[in-house]
Design a protein around this ligand. Structure first.
Ligand code: ME8
Length: 520
């Protein structure tokens, strides 16, 4: 059997700006996967961090009137703080200004030079600092003021300087073969098709060094040149597993990465340039690159100039951490673009969390507290309806695992909520409050089936909503060592007679009038 290990990475974010909801989103998706895999018995490495070199960051530092090092220290800290506030479980936080990273970049460079894939030449062409990307004349448009712009809308400038080139043109066929042999390398499939047609259209050699600025990793043996920021940035994924020490355990365990999670804006760098660099260096490319969609705010593009940037810290303060985590991965089919709105947030929070899941637990646990001496009831013989609910609950792990493995987070949550709704319908059908007088033993069986369902749901909700799920698992007295998926299912069912703590609501409602979260 293949070793159970899993290496997932977020992009490393430019430190030109404060983190916003888009950054929080990508890393959240990685966090949920990392948590799921850990609970599922994998040895996991989850990496995030900051991309601190290049012209864009150098310019932002100058605008702030700061030295680039002091500037990057300050902004990088904001991303670290976000990781704390969002409750990310990252195992490492890399900064590209660290010495371990310069060493990795230079080692990779030397390998590419030795294989003849990097050679010195002269670059003349268009460059967009905002994207840190080169563009062909044919890709450009003209804006209202008559300036040339990149497809992203970023202004471009003409650059002419000596430059090293990576022989990307030579990798076209091998890349196409690689995509063919690894149909799941790029997800979702629509993005894969875009990449394949881009590569089929032909690849130009790639300029991989600049001489017109200094803020970056010097080219080994010719430090008039600074490495192209994307070659530098992409290498972070290997730095963090100890490259160039390829014989060390860390590298052997975790390379190739299982998943690079990225936004659709940076797919080309990850799905074209990066595997080409790696193949040229005779290193295995990552197993998957997933490109998710773009968030807008109340229907409008999120941008600093529109002044509608959504601060994740404010959302957490307003709605609650797990509510935000749930919303981001539930609202939009993962891979699609999505829109953030206050209304949509409140609907999810009040409807699905407080009413559906929260009330289910609250109803069941209060009945146990009142009628069963606060102890897990002893089940009698199971009726077909009880068995159907339990089978659905115990089937959740396989169903969620399959969807997690293709990063269908929204489907994972929907799968859980199918059971939440089924459990609520079962409560209504079985009416345990009536059974209390008519048939107390039967009431015990019904409440037992419901408690097991709540336990199963809370176990699987842990990667998405770690704190709330822990709170719910506390309420059904699941011991800390019984919270990994090895303890999922019938064989680890709650022991009748176990004393439960006094029930308390887990998911507060958003009270519109007062504008603050309030307990139901
Ligand atoms: O591109 N919706 O960094 P970056 C969804 N340093 N996701 C969004 C978003 C939005 N509106 N806005 C940003 C870089 N993102 C490079 C990466 S990796 C080796 C180097 C997310 O700070 C999304 O993941 O511009 C996007 O790909 C990333 O932030 C871009 O972050």
């Amino acid at each position: 059997m293949a070793p159970k290990r899993f290496y997932v990475t977020s992009p490393i974010y430019y430190v030109n700006d404060a983190p916003h909801i888009g950054h929080a989103y990508t890393t959240l998706a990685c966090d949920v996967l990392a948590r799921f895999k850990r609970l599922d018995g994998f040895e996991v490495k989850f990496l995030t961090g900051t991309d601190e070199h290049g012209q864009k960051v150098e310019k932002s530092a100058a605008t702030a009137g700061m030295d680039p090092k002091a500037f990057t220290d300050k902004v990088s800290q904001n991303f670290r703080d976000l990781a704390g506030a969002m409750n990310y479980s990252n195992d490492d936080f890399i900064r590209t200004t660290e010495p371990r990273h310069a060493r990795a970049c230079q080692a990779l460079w030397q390998r590419l030079e030795a294989s003849g894939d990097i050679t010195l030449g002269k670059y003349a062409g268009w460059y967009a600092v905002r994207d840190e990307a080169f563009y062909a004349e044919s890709e450009l448009a003209t804006d209202k003021e008559g300036r040339k712009t990149a497809p992203s809308g970023a202004p471009v400038e003409w650059v002419e300087e000596p430059s090293y080139f990576f022989r990307l043109s030579a990798w076209q066929d091998r890349l196409l073969r690689f995509y063919d042999e690894h149909p799941d390398f790029i997800l979702p499939p629509t993005r894969r098709n875009e990449v394949v047609s881009f590569v089929k259209g032909g690849l130009d050699d790639l300029s991989v060094s600049r001489t017109s600025f200094r803020w970056g990793v010097p080219v080994p043996g010719n430090d008039a040149h600074i490495m192209y920021v994307w070659l530098d940035a992409l290498t972070n994924y290997m730095t963090a597993v100890g490259y160039p020490d390829t014989d060390a355990r860390e590298f052997k365990t975790f390379w190739p990465a299982d998943l690079h999670m990225v936004g659709k804006d940076i797919l080309r760098f990850h799905a074209v340039y990066w595997p080409a660099f790696l193949m040229a260096a005779d290193l295995p490319p990552p197993r998957r690159v997933y490109a998710h969609g773009w968030w807008t705010n109340e229907g409008r593009k999120i941008s600093k100039s529109l002044g509608n940037v959504i601060d994740p810290l404010q959302l957490i303060a307003k709605y609650g951490l797990d509510q935000v985590r749930y919303f981001l991965l539930r609202e939009v089919p993962f891979g699609n673009d999505g829109d953030y709105s206050h209304r949509a947030m409140v609907n999810r929070m009040n409807g699905e969390l407080a009413n559906d899941f929260g009330n289910l637990a609250q109803r069941v646990l209060s009945m146990i507290a009142r009628n069963c001496g606060g102890r897990v009831p002893e089940p009698g013989p199971l009726a077909a309806d009880d068995r159907a609910l339990l089978d659905q609950a115990y089937g959740l792990l396989d169903a969620v695992r399959q969807r997690m493995d293709v990063q269908a987070f929204h489907e994972c949550l929907e799968t859980l909520w199918v059971v939440v709704r089924a459990a609520n319908a079962y409560v209504d059908r079985q009416a345990p409050w009536k059974l209390r007088k008519e048939d107390p033993a039967r009431m015990g069986t019904v409440l037992y089936a419901l408690t097991e369902t709540i336990r199963s749901l809370a176990l699987l909700a842990q990667p998405f909503m770690p704190d709330s799920s822990a709170h719910m698992l506390d309420q059904v007295a699941v011991a800390p060592e019984k919270r990994a998926f090895a303890a999922f299912g019938r064989a680890h069912a709650l022991k009748p007679g176990t004393l439960l703590p006094a029930p308390a609501p887990v998911f507060p409602r958003f009270a519109e009038e007062e504008g603050v979260g309030k307990s139901a």
